[in-house]
Design a protein around this ligand. Sequence first.
Ligand code: DAH
Length: 345
Amino acid sequence: MKNETVIEILEEANTEIASASTSERLQELKIKFLAKKSVLMSLMSELGKLPPEERKSFGQMLNETRTKISALIEQKETEIRKQELQKKLEREEIDITLPGRNADVGGQNPFYVVKDEITDIFLNMGFEVADGPEVETDLFNFELLNIPKDHPARDMQDTFYISDNVLLRTHTSPVQAHTMQVAGGKPIRIICPGKTYRRDDDDATHSHQFAQIEGLVIDKNINIGHLKATLELFAKKMFGEKREIRLRPSYFPFTEPSVEVDITCANCDGKGCSMCKGTGYIEILGGGMVHPNVLKMNGYDPEVYSGFAFGIGIERVAILRYGIDDIRKFYQNDVRFLHQYRKKA
Ligand code: DAH
């Protein structure tokens, strides 16, 4: 009777384990057939009650059955684990043949492209980069550049005032005075790229904030030929070897003589077109020989030293270089504009 029960248990375990398909189900079967309260185990605990001659063989049978069921469960467990892993791998399969997503590469604002190019050209000529404050004093922005309080040149350079004597600089020229005062009479060869401000109404060609690159060279025996050669080299490097320059007399309070520098129009090669208004030339910057007063006020003896200076509008160069029709585009962050200058990935 008891032997039959054990055989039945084994058979039942066999079928149920064989049809189990999840580890949860298998865990249930483990409890059902092998836990303390299972039929098999309760039979084991009753072994002691049997007469000694039956005890041994029945005990052996129980043990063997338990080992068999354990083995079945273990075998099934490995099988199920394998299947589950397989399913998981299938579920998480990555298609490595799918084309990748392109990283969106940004473009440098053409303003910075041009600023870096101009800077490089002058660094290659042996200039160093100098710096100065954007919030300036009246003294440095005007007085030390030979523009006293009542000077009419101030009219063109109205700006944002912090107080009567502190303002946002209207040009990078105050860096000339700062550099001279720090250099203490020694030769100078610097450029200074930086932001400048004016109280202008914004339109296609005016912006209340713009940028310049100042240049200043001071040494013994510097003459206007040095200025011309330097700017000619700059123009050719920036706008192409075919470009010629021309110096026109002009006026700035801090230079004497002063010049305005034009390059031959790239559109018509100097013949005259609508872009250069028929003149064949396009103005690119202002410059001149440093005024003796400026040298004196900033610690240089004009009898011993002379120098030249120039100021380049960065946006103006970028506008000419890229044919941009509105200065405001540099600041509006319109991605359609910026994307045109995006480097191709
Ligand atoms: N500071 C002048 C301006 O903003 C530009 C300029 C002209 C700078 C002549 C110079 C120079 O250094 O020599 O209009």
